[in-house]
Design a protein around this ligand. Structure first.
Ligand SMILES: NC(=O)c1ccc[n+]([C@@H]2O[C@H](COP(=O)([O-])OP(=O)(O)OC[C@H]3O[C@@H](n4cnc5c(N)ncnc54)[C@H](O)[C@@H]3O)[C@@H](O)[C@H]2O)c1
Length: 344
């Protein structure tokens, strides 16, 4: 078991990797625990849930909205939840994002913690204290920054996930390694087969390393003013691709990273060797690295990116593997480069 602590402005959060859902009781108060989960997580892992009332929501991004939040508030009222209650979210990013938001707002905020059950939620969504839901077609439009008391990452839970979800989680791991940890990047290059097979030793090491990367960045910049924006590597193009094609987030990010690294190369930052290493690693995990797409359409979608600050767009470039920088670009400049150069 490895423990890592985040010191957030709203309090400390302990991230525990290599722990098992079966041992969750030791982290919980002795009473008034209410479990929030989704139908899939419950279907596969109910037998290891701790004592407590269970509120179950549907699965997928479509339930991450204020209607679901309202239903959960009603459920909490019915269960007579009060300020002494503790909300335990057991699930993927969707459950964690909703559980954190509900717990932060119900009765002006009650205690909460997560058991992250997808690779994406273990390495990314559950770490960092961002909680919220989608609204009116915009992702994560309504939410709060608030740290969970703990996040438990149990690698055994990952074994019931579809392989495509594993690959998508690994895309975020590769992103974190690419921007901040050359050693993890090299480890993934070496152990990709064992990582994909979810060998506990390898996947726990990978999850822990990711948690350390993300939490170090979050520690230094909790509300995303500087450092934290590096974690958006691949996401500017990635979000646009996700919108246009409907590809899963991780796959869109994989293509987005290749586009971003190509722009980095055009700007004379990263070497062709580093570009090749990124491409080869993504391919080892069978993640897509290119896309036939109408360039102008992609740019239009990019213009709508919420990180756009008038005519500037903030963009993450790689200097090398494990070294990233955030740059403000004129959208126009990016468009010129982008429309005129071959970009995969
Ligand atoms: N708060 C943050 O900082 C942050 C960061 C990144 C992503 N996110 C959010 O996370 C969400 C995506 O997370 P996700 O990929 O975990 O999606 P998810 O929660 O929808 O889970 C993916 C699918 O796997 C199922 N599932 C969950 N655990 C399972 C298990 N152990 N076995 C089998 N199936 C299981 C779910 O029911 C769902 O169908 C997005 O809404 C995204 O916005 C938040």
């Amino acid at each position: 078991v490895k423990v890592h602590q985040i010191q957030g402005i709203t309090g400390a959060s302990t991230i525990i990797t290599g722990e098992r859902l079966q041992n969750i009781e030791t982290y919980l108060p002795s009473e008034n625990v209410i479990i929030l989960t989704d139908e899939n997580t419950k279907k596969y892992h109910r037998q290891h849930f701790p004592q407590g009332e269970v509120i179950t929501i549907g699965s997928g991004e479509g339930v991450k909205n204020l209607d679901t939040v309202r239903d959960i508030y009603s459920g909490l009222l019915e269960l007579e939840a009060d300020r002494s209650s503790f909300i335990l979210g057991i699930g993927g990013g969707v459950v964690c994002d909703i559980a954190g938001f509900v717990a932060s707002t119900y009765m002006r905020g009650i205690r909460f913690g997560f058991v992250a059950s997808t690779l994406l939620s273990q390495v990314d969504a559950s770490v960092g204290g961002k909680n919220g839901v989608n609204f009116s077609g915009y992702k994560n439009m309504v939410g709060v920054f608030n740290q969970p008391q703990f996040v438990i990452c149990d690698s055994n839970l990952l074994k019931t996930l579809p392989i495509r979800e594993i690959r998508c989680g690994l895309a975020e791991v590769i992103k974190q390694a690419a921007v901040a940890d050359a050693e993890l990047f090299a480890y993934l290059e070496k152990h990709h087969t064992r990582a994909l097979a979810l060998e506990n030793e390898v996947i726990e090491k990978v999850v822990h390393a990711s948690v350390v990367i993300k939490s170090n960045i979050v520690n230094s910049d909790e509300t995303e003013k500087g450092e934290r924006r590096k974690l958006n590597f691949g996401h500017t193009f990635g979000h646009a691709i996700e919108k246009i094609t409907g590809l899963p987030h991780g796959e869109a990010i994989s293509i987005g990273m290749m586009m971003a690294v190509t722009v980095s190369e055009m700007k004379g930052r990263v070497t062709p060797v580093a570009v090749q290493r990124l491409e080869a690693l993504l391919e080892k995990f069978e993640l897509p690295t290119g896309l036939e797409i109408d360039r102008q359409r992609l740019l239009n979608a990019l213009r709508k990116d919420k990180k756009r600050n008038r005519d500037k767009i903030s963009f993450v470039l790689l200097n090398g593997i494990g070294d990233a920088v955030v740059e403000e670009f004129d959208l126009k400049e990016l468009e010129d480069d982008f429309l005129n150069e071959p970009l995969r």
